[in-house]
Design a protein around this ligand. Structure first.
Ligand SMILES: C[S@@+](CC[C@H](N)C(=O)[O-])C[C@H]1O[C@@H](n2cnc3c(N)ncnc32)[C@H](O)[C@@H]1O
Length: 454
C-alpha cells in the first residue's frame, strides 16, 4: 500500500453518531503516536485530538480506554492484524494502522459491542478521503477478528514476546532475569487499580470508599468506576491519587514537622503533598509552569501549603542548604506501563541515556542543597538500572561525603522483596501480586535514601 501524505487537519466525522467521537479521538491519538510525533505522551495526544471534538466525560473516558488498550497489547494486536492482511501491516500509513489497531483493541479487549467496534471503524474510514476506498478492507479484517476472537486470544501466551518492544524485553531480562521479566510483562496486561494517599483516618476512609487498606499505607480502589472527583472525600481534600509505590520515597525520607525540605522536581505534587502533610516546610521546585499550576490546585484542594518556585532546579542558590531533599528525577517512566503502556512504544534506549545525564547533574545539585547530617532521597519511576542503582553507585563514588542508609524491611511493612541487595527500594509491577488482576501490582519505582556525613 502506498504511503499517505502528512495531514494538517484531522479527517471529518459525524458528531451526531453515538460513540463515533470517542473512536475518532482514540484513532487520531493512536495515529499521532504511531506516526512521526513519537515522543508525545498519550495523555497529550488525546487532549490534542479531543480539541474541537466536544466529548462528554463518558466519551472521553471511552476514547482513553480504547487508546490505552491499543498500546497495552500493541505487539499482539499488530501480529493478529498482520496475519489477516494479504500485504501485511500498512507501512507509513499511521491513520489506517491506527484505525485497524483501535478497532481490534475494542474487539479483543474492551466490553463494547462488536457491531459498534466494526461499524464505527468503517464509518471513520468512509469519512476519510484518504481511506474511504479501504473501508471494505477495514470491514473485512475487523469482522474476521470478531469471528476468530477466541482463537486469537488463545495465541497470546507470552506477553514478554508479544507486547514488550525488544529493547525493553532485552533490558529487563538482563536486569532482573527471565522469570521476573516475564512477570513484569504479565503484570502490564492487568492494568492498575487506583491508589490513594490519605492525609488522615485511612481506616475510616478505606471503608467509606469501598477500598482496601494496603499494609504499605495506601488505600487501593480495585473496583473504582466513577470519576475520582466524584468519590467521597475528594472535595474535602482528604486524599489524593498516588500509586502505592510512588508514596514510598517520601515515607523513606520521613520529613518531620518543622524541617525545611526541598522537593526539586515537584509537579504535579503528589510527593509535595506528603511532605507538607507531615508538617514540614516544603519548597516545591519545578521548571514547568503548567505542571506547577496543577500542583497549586492540588495543594489548595488538600488544604496544604508549600513555597512554590518555577525554575530549573540546577539554577537554585546553594547558600541555605535543606534538612532533607527529595529528587524525584525526570526519567523514562518505564515503571508506569500498567497505566501508560504507550511509553514502551514511544520511548527508546536513547531517551534512557539522555535522561541519565540530566539525573546525574540534578543529583549533584541535590547533594549541594543537602546540609551536613541531612537526608537526600533520589527516586525514579523507571525499571532501567542506569536510572536507579547505577546512578546511585556512580553518585557514591563521586561523593564520599554521602553514605547510603540501607532500607530495612520494617520501613516497607516487612516486604523484603521490595529492597535490592544494596539496600535501595526496587519495586516491580509484578510485586504485591497477592491479589488477582488489579488487586495486585505496584508501579516500578527505585529509591535510595542517602545521608550527608556531618
Ligand atoms: C517525575 S516528575 C515529578 C513528579 C512529582 N514529584 C510528583 O510526585 O507528583 C518529574 C518533574 O521534573 C520536572 N523537571 C525536569 N527537569 C527539571 C529541572 N531541571 N528542574 C526542575 N524541574 C525539572 C518536570 O517538569 C516534571 O514535573
Amino acid at each position: 500500500m502506498a504511503s499517505t501524505p502528512n495531514r494538517s487537519t484531522p479527517p471529518p466525522f459525524d458528531p451526531s453518531v453515538p460513540g463515533l467521537a470517542a473512536r475518532h479521538v482514540a484513532r487520531e491519538a493512536v495515529a499521532t503516536l504511531l506516526g512521526p510525533a513519537r515522543g508525545l505522551a498519550l495523555e497529550d495526544a488525546l487532549a490534542q485530538a479531543a480539541r474541537g471534538a466536544r466529548l462528554e466525560p463518558g466519551e472521553a473516558a471511552l476514547a482513553r480506554a480504547i487508546a490505552t488498550a491499543s498500546f497495552r497489547r500493541l505487539g499482539f494486536i499488530q501480529a493478529a492484524l498482520a496475519a489477516r492482511l494479504r500485504d501485511g501491516l500498512p507501512e507509513n500509513r499511521p491513520h489506517l494502522l491506527a484505525l485497524l489497531v483501535t478497532g481490534a483493541a475494542q474487539i479483543l479487549d474492551l466490553a463494547v459491542a462488536d457491531h459498534a467496534a466494526v461499524d464505527l471503524s468503517v464509518r471513520l474510514a468512509k469519512a476519510d478521503p484518504q481511506l474511504q476506498h479501504l473501508a471494505p478492507l477495514v470491514n473485512a479484517v475487523l469482522r474476521r477478528i470478531v469471528r476468530e476472537r477466541d482463537a486469537i486470544r488463545a495465541e497470546e501466551t507470552d506477553p514478554l514476546a508479544h507486547n514488550t518492544p525488544d529493547w525493553l524485553a532485552r533490558r529487563w531480562r538482563a536486569a532482573y532475569g527471565e522469570a521476573a521479566a516475564r512477570a513484569i510483562a504479565a503484570a502490564h496486561l492487568e492494568g492498575a487499580a487506583v491508589d490513594l494517599t490519605l492525609a488522615r483516618d485511612p481506616e475510616i476512609w478505606a471503608e467509606r470508599l469501598g477500598g482496601v487498606r494496603l499494609d504499605l499505607g495506601s488505600v487501593r480502589l480495585v473496583e473504582a468506576r466513577e470519576a475520582v472527583a466524584d468519590l467521597p472525600g475528594y472535595a474535602e481534600g482528604v486524599w489524593w491519587v498516588q500509586d502505592a509505590a510512588a508514596a514510598l520515597p517520601v515515607r523513606l525520607l520521613a520529613p518531620e514537622s518543622g524541617e525545611r525540605v526541598a522537593d526539586l522536581c515537584a509537579a504535579p505534587g503528589g510527593k509535595t503533598a506528603q511532605i507538607a502533610a507531615a508538617g514540614a516546610a516544603v519548597t516545591a521546585i519545578d521548571r514547568s509552569a503548567a505542571r506547577l499550576e496543577r500542583l497549586g490546585r492540588n495543594l489548595e484542594r488538600l488544604g496544604l501549603t508549600a513555597e512554590v518556585l518555577t525554575t530549573d532546579a540546577l539554577a537554585l542558590p546553594e547558600d541555605t542548604p535543606f534538612d532533607a531533599v527529595l529528587l524525584d528525577a525526570p526519567c523514562s517512566a518505564t515503571g508506569t506501563l500498567r497505566r501508560h503502556p504507550d511509553v514502551a512504544w514511544t520511548k527508546s534506549e536513547t531517551d534512557v541515556f539522555r535522561l541519565v545525564g540530566l539525573q546525574r547533574r540534578l543529583l549533584d545539585k541535590a547533594a549541594r542543597l543537602t546540609r551536613p547530617g541531612g537526608r537526600l532521597v533520589y527516586c525514579t519511576c523507571s525499571l532501567e538500572p542506569e536510572e536507579g542503582s547505577g546512578q546511585i553507585a556512580d553518585f557514591l563514588n563521586r561523593h564520599p561525603d554521602f553514605e547510603r542508609i540501607a532500607i530495612t524491611p520494617d520501613r516497607v511493612a516487612g516486604h523484603a522483596e521490595l529492597i535490592d541487595p544494596s539496600g535501595d527500594l526496587r519495586t516491580l509491577p509484578s510485586h504485591l501480586a497477592g491479589g488477582t488482576g488489579r488487586a495486585g501490582g505496584l508501579d516500578g519505582f527505585f529509591a535510595s535514601l542517602l545521608r550527608r556525613k556531618d
